[in-house]
Design a protein around this ligand. Structure first.
Ligand SMILES: [Zn+2]
Length: 248
């Protein structure tokens, strides 16, 4: 299935781009367009809501791509977030090389296309868990109601004593009943000399359910975490999305 997004963007090069391996793609300068055949070996469950510099709200989901030469992060944007299937190989065109914290990765662009292809059997991929524990130096807990259609943050005060019966999402325009909506809670945690780790709502809720003493704590949970040694488990050491959070 080929998909393309249409919104304002920088034009990709008009000359055709040669197909290259992941290893070769990651040698290219940030901003280069590449064409690769690779397998989706990991997809993060949670999506993130990102506001672009132009003020546009976009949804991001990170995945991991691998071929026989290497593996790398693939950022899937907007309608691309659900366009790939785990353990499936694709011919990708117009992916963009990006650079963050000195690590190169690939990202979809509005003109990216994905064509399913024969399975790549020998890919260079190992899911290496990375465990880290320590006393947090900074903790932020935020809650919001999310749209049940597009998952964007709804413009509703989380501490309202009573919710309005319905609410219209500004991103996808769906009005929805609020009685079926659940509050999502997210955590950001930082340890001295380390990046900020983000804990998505599913992982945060699992942590709270495993530690009943933390239920209904809200701001107190921030204080509580400073008194503890906390273990974070990451998919690999370059990833800041926490897979599991525990008290040590
Ligand atoms: Zn919505």
């Amino acid at each position: 299935m080929a998909t393309a997004l249409h919104f304002a963007h920088k034009e990709p090069p008009t000359q055709s781009v040669d197909e290259m391996s992941i290893h070769e793609s990651l040698q290219k300068l940030s901003g280069s367009y590449v064409k690769v055949t690779a397998k989706i070996v990991h997809i993060e469950q949670e999506t993130q809501n990102i506001t672009t510099r132009a003020g546009k709200q976009l949804v991001l989901r990170n995945a991991t791509l691998a071929d026989e030469t290497n593996q790398c992060r693939l950022s899937l944007w907007a309608s691309h977030i659900d366009a790939v299937t785990l353990n499936t190989s694709y011919n990708f065109t117009n992916l963009v090389v990006k650079d963050f914290d000195e690590t190169k990765f690939l990202s979809t662009s509005p003109t990216s296309t994905f064509q399913q292809t024969d399975d790549l059997e020998n890919v260079n991929f190992e899911l290496i868990e990375h465990k880290f524990d320590g006393e947090p130096s900074m903790v932020a807990i935020t809650s919001h109601y999310a749209c049940r259609n597009c998952n964007m943050k709804l413009d509703i005060e989380v501490n309202m004593p009573t919710l309005p019966p319905t609410h219209k999402c500004h991103s996808c325009s769906f009005r929805q009943r609020m009685n079926a909506s659940a509050k999502q809670t997210f955590l950001k945690i930082k340890f001295e000399n380390n990046p900020t780790y983000t804990v998505n709502s599913a992982v945060t809720h699992k942590f709270i359910s495993e530690n009943p003493e933390t239920q209904n704590m809200s701001d107190d949970l921030e204080e509580f975490l400073f008194t503890k040694t906390v273990t974070v488990i990451l998919n690999n050491k370059d990833n800041t999305a926490v897979k599991e959070l525990k008290l040590a």
